[in-house]
Design a protein around this ligand. Structure first.
Ligand code: COA
Length: 257
């Protein structure tokens, strides 16, 4: 397991912690591989009743590592071969309950991962955003279906298209999360909810979750989204966006079209 993804099993709860705080827990392909391994392992291990996603440092995740995007965009890796898709498939298939503890920023997949969790606790001042269009990309992780399903088309479109952040209180009011609490209570609240779930009848919980989600349809959508995403990732407008991020300047899309 990677040093940047830490797992611990305690009382039936597998905690999966992102551990790259110096980069705001931006997720690299190596980290996706470790995440996929952790989720696949949890699904197969009877000792694991609940998964709990959390993060070290002040931010849940700044989303996909943008340097990785640029490298993948320039290279020829087929989407199906990317560890991110192994992780997404594992999340689509997961029928054990997943809890998330979110502090600080949750950007891109830092937000869309929450759509695959069943109980989400966020700090009142957490900032959730899905700025795919800011990076000239498109939604992923079945978020093109799950986000409008959770909060409605107009709000979801605004999040995708304008990329502005939503705070934890608003996310709660919009039905995107279960609890918004002061930042210093996020971890304990999420851990308490995970422990409650771990004490529930495991097969009943798994069947309940499976009935509420169509895993095959989610995976099929993830693949369709992936085709659009990787086409965009290789586009001149995305290259400009990635370059602008690395140069700490605003992108210039005036020449695109
Ligand atoms: N990929 C790669 N590196 C990232 C990153 C990402 N997604 N997000 C942050 N980092 C890096 C920064 O480049 C910086 O590295 P440096 O110290 O070597 O310069 C470090 O993490 C800290 O980030 P910084 O931007 O200084 O922190 P901040 O508190 O001012 O802002 C964010 C935090 C999350 C708002 C900002 O980093 C950001 O917008 N990141 C990009 C988010 C994004 O668009 N993700 C992809 C979504 S599809």
């Amino acid at each position: 397991m990677s040093e940047q993804v830490l797992t611990t099993l305690d009382g039936g709860v597998l905690t999966i912690a992102l551990n790259r705080p110096e980069k705001k827990n931006a997720i690299t392909q190596a980290m996706y591989a470790a995440l996929a391994q952790a989720v696949e392992g949890a699904a197969a291990d009877d000792a694991v009743r609940v998964l709990l996603f959390r993060a070290e440092g002040d931010s849940f995740s700044a989303g996909n590592d943008i340097a990785d995007f640029a490298a993948l965009g320039a290279g020829g890796t087929a989407p199906a071969d990317m560890p991110v898709f192994r992780f997404l498939r594992a999340m689509a298939d997961l029928d054990k309950p997943a809890v998330a503890a979110v502090k600080g920023r949750a950007v891109g997949i830092g937000l869309t991962l929450l759509l695959h969790c069943d109980l989400v606790v966020a700090a009142e001042d957490a900032l959730l955003s899905a700025p795919f269009v800011n990076l000239a990309l498109t939604p992923e992780a079945a978020s093109s279906l799950l986000l409008p399903g959770a909060i409605g088309h107009q709000r979801a479109f605004e999040l995708f298209a304008l990329g502005e952040a939503l705070d934890g209180r608003t996310a709660l009011a919009w039905g995107l999360i279960n609890r918004a609490v002061p930042s210093d209570e996020v971890e304990t609240t999420a851990a308490a909810l995970a422990a409650k779930l771990a004490a529930r009848a495991p097969n009943s919980l798994r069947k309940t979750k499976a009935l509420m989600r169509d895993a095959e349809a989610l995976w099929s959508l993830m693949q369709r989204e992936g085709a659009q995403f990787s086409e965009q990732m290789r586009s001149p407008e995305a290259m400009e966006a990635f370059m602008a991020f690395s140069q700490k300047r605003a992108p210039d899309f005036s020449k695109g079209g």
